[in-house]
Design a protein around this ligand. Sequence first.
Ligand code: LLP
Length: 415
Amino acid sequence: MPTTTFHPDGAALLCDAVPLSDIARAEGTPVYVYSAAAIDRAYAAVDAAFASYPHRLHYALKANSTLAIACRLRRLGSGIDANSVGEIEVALRAGFAPDDIVFTGVGKRDDELERAITLGVHAVNAESRGEIDRIAGMSHARGLRARVALRINPDVDAGSHPYITTGVGSSKFGVPFAQAAALCHEIAANPALHLVGLHAHVGSQILKVEPLQRAAGMLVRLACGLRDAGIVIEHVDVGGGVGIPYDGGPGLSLDAYAAGILSVVRPSGLALLLEPGRVIMAPAGVLLTRVVDIKSRASGADLAVVDAGMTELIRPALYGAYHRIDPIVRRPGGDHLYEIVGPLCETSDTFGKARPMPPLEVGDVLAVRDAGAYGSVMASNYNRRPFAPEMLVEGGCWRTIRRRQTIDELMNLEQ
Ligand code: LLP
């Protein structure tokens, strides 16, 4: 994975050729900055890793669903994995056709299923017997034949943070493998349903091939058993989950990932769907935030209080996630230890503890790295803080793809 997107030029940190200090000065902080070139390269790298086999990437829109990002993924040739009717509508407005969309998600409401079925999405990744019955009822009532893939819970521990591990038997996702074959037979026997695929997504920020490969192998085994029984499906969908090196290390090799998945999928001849999110968007983005106060402490790291917090990027507070943090202009001088904290009234509102940094002063801007996925999409208005704007750097300049929310907009739903 290329690591050249955010790179120093002397004391200044650039996004491609653009100094981040120019963006912070013109747009204010906090602000998200994404590199178009990095998105394109990451998409191409995942796609190329699977080039030897029929496949399609369905970008997981939940990672970053800003319209301009969705449009860009469409132009790159991606499909979409949507997890709500809101994400389906974003995908449609970005120009995706219904057949480009797979619809996943535990707890889909009737109105969401109806929208997906009447549009005719590529597959509804069905989560349970109850959901299958609801899909069948709606589909039958409209004289349609809904394209359904069954989401399997393979009971595979992906070894990620427990909050984002989804494939263990005790998790809320999918149907147990032991019940899957019987359910597939029922789906196949129902004229209102068309069983097109099998799906599994075992978690996110996964750094080992083995659990991803094991889950894919179970899908293939099930598909082959169905084929022997005369039920022929079109695809296996192995979900997303590829982790990125938040510490700047080597991370999970895309070639090793592809080799692991393809070694089990290739013999089946089934089309392969993948739902990458983080690996495409996380490294392409930074969150710029300005130091608003420095508090020195008698012992331990000094506090650098910044103007972004868990409202803009909740990953550190929610998962204890590590993000590299760099000043966008390095002052001369040796490193000090700083604890980088946000402005919210929560002790968990901390971006990093004991971070070695050159001397910081009030007004300095820091870049929180690898924030392009699960950053802006998970933002909140807690403490009545407006949503931060988002900028896309392309061809040596930047443009606003989402402007900063105003206080009026923050309040205009209220009576
Ligand atoms: N497919 C399904 C069905 C998913 O639930 C997800 C992510 C993906 C694909 C994409 O996974 P990825 O390639 O991005 O790992 N907020 C958390 C991550 C939650 C992931 C949820 N599902 C975080 O900030 O780490």
